[in-house]
Design a protein around this ligand. Structure first.
Ligand SMILES: *[C@@H]1O[C@H](CO)[C@@H](O)[C@H](O)[C@H]1NC(C)=O
Ligand SMILES: *[C@@H]1O[C@H](CO)[C@@H](O)[C@H](O)[C@H]1NC(C)=O
Length: 472
């Protein structure tokens, strides 16, 4: 995923959740960072109009500049210490819990609703493919690290205008596993999964394999689709400009029909020609190709007839021969791992159908962690909601709330307090030989894939919050 980016790398390479920590960021540069932001104060809540809830479109405070805090300076201070004992300063975070960030899958719920309304299974598969690609789009340029969910933390989101409700829970801390379950308010679909990222170091970059399956059930069609997210790679983790690449194969399977969509998130390559590109095809049970899918996960996705596509490629190849030489001249194979400059947009093959196009980000996005409109609203807490939400909801996290309001010192102190509290609770359980029990999800078998999965046990929305752990 998705959805599964940067933040986990941070935790991996710099282990935020260590039991002891060397508070890395140099004190003075952290203060400098504090000085250049946070003047604007307003909690961002918007009054309701016409009964339809209008969500806030910005955060209460702009973000602090990270420029003065280099990761290198933090690492230098900690030389000789174990990597697991380094804590990144909070200035590298974004004010969302990973549970909230995972919920950004739902930004393009209209695509699931569209898939439900289509009668042709091939068209449904195209729309599901668009949904799967659109789900990683919010990661574009989001290098802030979400807060690690605390064990037992939950997050709910109800969006009547988009027609769904979602509940998620942090079901394991080591390894970190986040489970979610969303359902349509009209009874059309169920969408669930769990994410457990596995990490690999490649020197200058870190790659996360987002383990865990995502399942989408279209109930009226009696269909289930499953897939997993592409690998997410973050470049220049030590020095230089951070940038994000999604790569690898994503296979979406329709269990009822046997149709399959294979999507290839391309590595960017030498000249950056493949940067952010996604290409793939849909085949039926007998492996006959029905359509070609292409686009960029940062922009848009198209589908086209395989024959039209092949004809177009042949034409392109003829034209390409003359271009080759020019390209080679520009090739400088230096050591940098910078994002290539070449960023031509998707060239549309005549006769293609648009499946999805990314929404532009709001104007204040650059000052606010590059959030999308959807992300801006995720930590919104109306006074009316306080009495309704479970006390474990991410919106009640004092560290995230403080950061959102621009109070970085308070955020930092609170984050440490919560982590300490979590460690103390773990030690207490160990002493008493108690096992942690999850509340809304149980480990079971995904009936479609036959593998182990975290499944929702139901009942969250009857709002019986007895026996919830006190994690804040
Ligand atoms: C946000 O501000 C409004 C008006 O100043 C106030 O009525 C409301 O209670 C505040 N909400 C929160 C969540 O602090
Ligand atoms: C937001 O995007 C810009 C433009 O690509 C980038 O330079 C910046 O580092 C990003 N900010 C964050 C917090 O990721």
């Amino acid at each position: 995923m998705i959805l599964v980016p940067v933040w986990f790398f941070w935790d991996f390479c710099l282990c935020l959740d260590s039991d002891e920590s060397c508070e890395g960021g140099s004190e003075s540069s952290f203060k400098d960072a504090l000085a250049d932001g946070g003047s604007q104060k307003n909690n961002g809540s918007v009054p309701q109009k016409n009964g339809m809830k209008k969500h806030r479109e910005s955060l209460p405070a702009p973000m602090f500049s990270r420029n003065s805090v280099s990761i290198w300076s933090i690492l230098k201070k900690c030389i000789g210490l174990e990597l697991s004992k380094i804590t990144m300063p909070i200035v590298f975070n974004e004010p969302l819990s990973f549970l909230q960030r995972m919920t950004e899958y739902m930004e393009h719920t209209y695509l699931i609703n569209r898939a439900c309304s289509l009668s042709d299974p091939m068209q449904r598969m195209q729309t599901v493919a668009a949904f799967a690609v659109s789900a990683v789009a919010s990661q574009w340029d989001r290098t802030g690290k979400p807060f690690n969910p605390l064990l037992g933390e939950t997050y709910e989101l109800i969006r009547e205008e988009q027609g769904f409700r979602l509940i998620s829970e942090q079901v394991s801390h080591h390894p970190p596993v986040s489970a979610f379950h969303a359902e349509s308010l009209g009874g059309d679909f169920v969408f669930h999964g769990s994410i457990y990222p596995k990490l690999k170091f490649w020197g200058k970059s870190v790659e996360a394999e987002p383990k865990g399956t995502i399942t989408l059930e279209l109930l009226k069609h009696n269909e289930a689709y499953t897939w997993s997210n592409p690998y997410c790679c973050v470049h220049n983790i030590i020095m230089g400009k951070l940038w994000i690449e999604q790569r690898g194969k994503v296979e979406i399977v329709n269990y009822r029909t046997g149709d399959k969509c294979v999507l290839n998130f391309k590595p960017c390559g030498m000249f950056g020609k493949e940067l952010h590109k996604v290409e793939g095809y849909i085949q039926d049970k007998s492996k006959k190709k029905h359509c070609i899918i292409y686009g960029k996960w940062t922009e848009c996705l198209w589908s086209v007839d395989p024959q039209v596509y092949e004809a177009h490629k042949k034409l392109e190849k003829k034209g390409d021969k003359t271009l080759k030489n020019e390209e080679n001249q520009g090739a400088e194979n230096d050591d940098a791992d910078d994002m290539p400059e070449v960023q031509e947009t998707v060239s549309v093959i005549p006769g293609s159908t648009l499946l999805w196009r990314i929404d532009s980000r709001p104007p204040q996005s650059a000052m606010m962690y590059n959030f999308t409109n959807f992300a801006m609203s995720l930590n919104e807490l109306d006074p009316g909601m306080e009495a309704v939400l479970a006390p474990t909801d991410s919106r009640f996290r004092p560290d995230i709330r403080a950061m959102e309001n621009g109070n970085m010192n308070e955020a930092s102190t609170e984050k440490e307090r919560l982590e300490e509290k979590q460690r103390a609770a773990r030690k207490e359980r160990a002493k008493n030989d108690e096992e942690w029990s999850t509340r809304w999800f149980k480990l079971g078998t995904n009936t479609h894939t036959g593998s182990q999965d975290w499944l929702y046990t139901g009942g969250y929305f009857s709002r019986n919050y007895q026996n919830l752990p006190e994690i804040y």
